[in-house]
Write a new protein. Structure first.
Ligand code: IYR
Length: 220
C-alpha cells in the first residue's frame, strides 16, 4: 500500500479571548436562521449556488467518499413537474398517510400539501445520497452515508443562511419520483429537497422556540 501523504495543518492561532466572541457571534447568526416556505422569484446568480454547494461538499464524510450529488434546477418546466409530483405525494401524506399525532405535531407550523415554493424559488436543489460509487465499471463502497449526507446538508443550510438567502428542508416522501424526473443512476437515492432564494417580501414564519442548553446537552 502507498504511504499516506500528510502536510502540517495550519490551523487557527486565534487567542482564547477572541474565540469566545466568535462562538457567540456565530451562535447569534445561526439562531436567526428560519426555514422559509414563501420565496421571491428574484434571480440568484449560479455562482452563488456553486459556492454554497462547494461549502456543503467540504463536509466530512465516511472515508472522504463524499457520497452525494447536488442536482440543481432552475428550469421553470422542470420545477413545475417536480411541484406537481411532490404535491401529489403530499396530498396523500396530509390526507391519509400521516397519523393524527403527526398532523397535530405539525399544526403549529401551518404546513400543508401545497408547495408553491417549488415554482417560485429561483433554484431548487435536490440532494441525492449514493448507496455505492462507480469508478469506471467498478462498484466502490461508501460508508456512513446518512451521517455524511446529513452533515453536508447542514453545511448547505448554514452556507445559504450566511450568504443572506433562505432555504427549507423539504421531504415530499416517498421521493422516488425525483430519481425518475431527474434521471438519476441506480446508485443514487433522493435525500432532501432544498429551495434557495430570497424570502418573499410578505413571507411569514411560525413563532417557535428552540430548546435550552439544559434540554439538549449533558456535561460530565
Ligand atoms: N413532508 C411534509 C410534511 C412535513 C413533515 C415534517 I416532520 C415537517 O417538519 C414539516 C412538514 C411537508 O413538507 O409538508
Amino acid at each position: 500500500m502507498a504511504k499516506p501523504e500528510f502536510i502540517t495543518y495550519l490551523g487557527s492561532q486565534i487567542p482564547i479571548e477572541e474565540i469566545g466572541l466568535r462562538a457567540k457571534e456565530f451562535r447569534r447568526q445561526m439562531e436567526s436562521r428560519r426555514s422559509v416556505r414563501n420565496y421571491s422569484s428574484e434571480a440568484i446568480p449560479k455562482e452563488v449556488i456553486d459556492d454554497i454547494i462547494m461549502t456543503a461538499s467540504s463536509a466530512p464524510s465516511g472515508a472522504n467518499k463524499q457520497p452525494w450529488t447536488f442536482c440543481v434546477i432552475s428550469n421553470a418546466e422542470l420545477k413545475s413537474k417536480i411541484r406537481a409530483a411532490a404535491e401529489k405525494e403530499e396530498h396523500d401524506n396530509y390526507h391519509h398517510r400521516m397519523s393524527d399525532a403527526w398532523l397535530k405535531d405539525l399544526e403549529h407550523l401551518g404546513t400543508d400539501e401545497y408547495k408553491e415554493f417549488l415554482d417560485t424559488a429561483p433554484w431548487v436543489v435536490v440532494l441525492f445520497r449514493k448507496t455505492f460509487e462507480m469508478e469506471g465499471n467498478e462498484k466502490r463502497n461508501v460508508y456512513y452515508v446518512n451521517e455524511s449526507v446529513g452533515i453536508a446538508a447542514g453545511f448547505f443550510i448554514a452556507a445559504v443562511h450566511q450568504a443572506g438567502l433562505v432555504t427549507l428542508t423539504h421531504t415530499p416522501s416517498p421521493m422516488g419520483f425525483l430519481t425518475k424526473i431527474l434521471d438519476r443512476p441506480k446508485n443514487e437515492r433522493p435525500f432532501l429537497l432544498l429551495p434557495v432564494g430570497y424570502p418573499a417580501s410578505d413571507a411569514e414564519v411560525p413563532v417557535i422556540e428552540k430548546k435550552g442548553l439544559d434540554e439538549v446537552a449533558v456535561y460530565y
